[in-house]
Design a protein around this ligand. Sequence first.
Ligand SMILES: Cc1ncc(COP(=O)(O)O)c(C=O)c1O
Length: 411
Amino acid sequence: MKLAVEGGKPVRKKPMPERIMFDEREVKAVLELLKKGTEESTAKFLDRYAGENVDRYEKEFARYFGVKFATATSSGTAAVHSAIASLDLEPGSEVITTPITDPGTVMPIIFQGLIPVFADVDFDTLNITPETIEKVITEKTKAVIVVHLAGVPCEMDKIMKVARKYKLKVIEDCAQAHGSIYKGRYVGTFGDMGVFSLMSGKHMTSGGQGGMVITDKEKYYWAAKRFADRGKPFGIKNPEGNVSLGLNYRMTEIEAIIGRIQLKKLKKIADKRYKIVEKLRKEFSNLKAFSLWKKPQNSKPNYWFCFVKVDKEKLKVDKWKVAEALKAEGIPVGSHYVIPMYENPFIKKRKTFGKSGYPWNPYRPDIEYKCPVAEKSLNSHITLYIHECFTDKEIEDILKAFEKVEKAYLK
Ligand SMILES: Cc1ncc(COP(=O)(O)O)c(C=O)c1O
């Protein structure tokens, strides 16, 4: 069969299903809240301190994940920033993280005057590992931010062992892994804090943008809360004004009222996404040149998207051509996930604070970043976008398209 990219008939003409996240519950709740503004001053109900929804959302979020505390923020980046700031580390301290992530994981490290250090990843999961973390620890290392990429959990039990050995704090970035389970526990509950993004493309949303920090440790809870609101003296006895540096990262009542309803839907979304990807996993095992990335044993990821490994030795074309061909067949794929974080100009060219080169100057001016496995793995994978509204028909079309492209390009 002729490939669509060469003028043939595509496997799928119909667009993939829309991802419908809302129903009448979100609509009713938001309208009711907004209606108040026709009768009373917005200052009486829109801000978190005037209403009850952000407080309730925090409590419900904490209960869902089985932790004591949660602090809502205005974005996932704000959640990472509030969490890292709450550790109150000395400038120049080193924070280990992954080169395969969103800048929202890394920029807060730099804003805090800390040095990001990139641990290499496991080729098959694209996540950092206990071994790669241990390799880059120095006497200045104080914390690790792990990212459960695309929903696949890092090996948290072993990572926590390394962290305890070197007395490192651990933040779990769960921005892509809401409700992913590792060895029977939700990710975000292994480290000192878990952070979430609640923007509208994630597994659940608080209404466009939003974030959450969860923890069992009261001191981090208060510190993150203070940071997310300009150092207001939350949790401080006999306060005398704003006690520490912070920003305004507050969530609004509209966001929280949506988030509260979305939280109730998370379990179903996670189950559906798991079933879809596991089905794909099973069927992909019949292909020769394509395979899905791996997950740790005893894990149940809430997948955000899929990585598909393209075995270039078996094909006549590279992964860029493969992605182009799949797109023409009507399949939602991306040819390349991201460049390694350290290749971005804000790190490579030290585009941070004027010409200072801070924080690398003066703490680690000579640090070099290179994660060969991450680079190789990124160059070997394409992305496949799925979501919970996919049915058996979409799975079938995905498989048909991969089979068709493989048949055309196999050596
Ligand atoms: C792993 C990771 N961390 C942090 C963020 C930042 O979250 P936000 O976009 O809500 O600021 C994202 C966003 O996609 C992410 O994927």
